[in-house]
Design a protein. Structure first.
Length: 311
């Protein structure tokens, strides 16, 4: 089994060298001042309630705790500005709304609101994404940046719909079908045991120790996928416009595999699996029934390589 390590690079790092515009006008990046606040709210969740999270900039984390009896929402607001006074002023305008489920709408809706005058344009700040959080290291001297870190701990049995415009989404141990959408954001999911949709417009998707169906689309980025188990009616669809797909499957998985790279190579060794009936095996395309066939595994990249291994 390959030792998995999260492949997350700094997103959209901006050069710290001043840019010169129109003669005398210059843009300078500076180390920001910060103002922060932390709040926690507990919310009762009716059966089958869905949790919906929308975050403009920062980090969204959702995890299932089997011992939990209600949802716990931890919110950290962090304001960045060139002066402490401006950071404090921005913090006072930052807001996270939490709308509890009702009989008419069985959803817990958590929204981190954009602040007028603050920017989520990654060209206005330097941002480093780790596997745990997003760090703002410098900002355009006249910029104001509002970052939210939202952590939701759930009882078992609740679906999740999380959208992160800029930054990072992390999901752990989800046991009900969920959707994680990153715009200019990376997505990490670990230990999920239900159907999962994980997409990124510009960012990486890392799914580890996953059991069940998976749908992943990426415009520009890398897909790192580690599948623990698949039922015969499960489906794994991974499509990348520009970037690599690296997937590990159980050696004894019963699956129908199709992999294709339009510009790139497909790396596959049938000896990695207990048995494999290979009907196509070229540098760009592989079609094989693994261990008699079963779950559908479809991998496609337009520009990039596909690496298929056993775990």
């Amino acid at each position: 089994m390959r030792k998995w390590s999260t492949l997350l690079a700094a997103l959209f790092l901006v050069c710290g060298i001043p840019l010169v515009l129109a003669g005398s006008c210059s843009i300078t990046f500076v180390t920001p001042e910060m103002a922060t606040s932390t709040e926690t709210e507990n919310v009762a969740l009716p059966d089958d309630a869905v949790v919906v999270v929308s975050n403009e900039l920062g980090t969204t984390k959702v995890r299932v705790d089997e011992s939990a009896t209600q949802a716990k929402v931890d919110v950290v607001r962090i304001a960045y500005a060139a002066s402490q006074e401006d950071a404090e002023d921005l913090l006072a305008q930052m807001e996270v709304t939490i709308t509890e489920p009702t009989d008419e709408d069985n959803r817990l809706v958590i929204t981190a609101k954009a602040v007028p005058g603050a920017t989520s344009d990654e060209g206005s700040f330097d941002m480093v994404v780790s596997e745990d959080d997003v760090a703002i290291t410098s900002i355009f001297s006249r910029a104001r940046v509002a970052k939210y870190r939202i952590t939701v701990t759930l009882p078992s049995g609740h679906g999740v719909e999380a959208t992160q415009k800029v930054g990072l989404i992390v999901a752990n141990d989800l046991d009900t079908a969920g959707t994680l959408d990153g715009k200019a954001a990376s997505v990490l999911a670990e230990g999920c045991t239900a159907a999962l949709t994980a997409n990124a417009d510009a960012g990486n998707v890392t799914v580890s120790s996953h059991s069940g169906s998976l749908s992943t689309t990426i415009s520009a980025g890398t897909a790192l996928i580690d599948i623990v188990a698949l039922a015969s009616d499960d489906t794994v669809d991974v499509a990348v416009d520009s970037g690599t797909i690296d997937i590990d499957l159980p050696a004894d998985v019963a699956a129908d595999l199709e992999a294709s790279a339009s510009v790139g190579n497909v790396h596959f060794d049938e000896a990695d699996f207990t048995s494999a009936d290979v009907t196509t095996d070229t540098s760009t395309d592989v079609v094989a029934a693994l261990n008699g066939g079963g779950a559908d595994v479809n991998l496609q990249t337009d520009v990039g390589n596909i690496v298929i291994d056993s775990r």
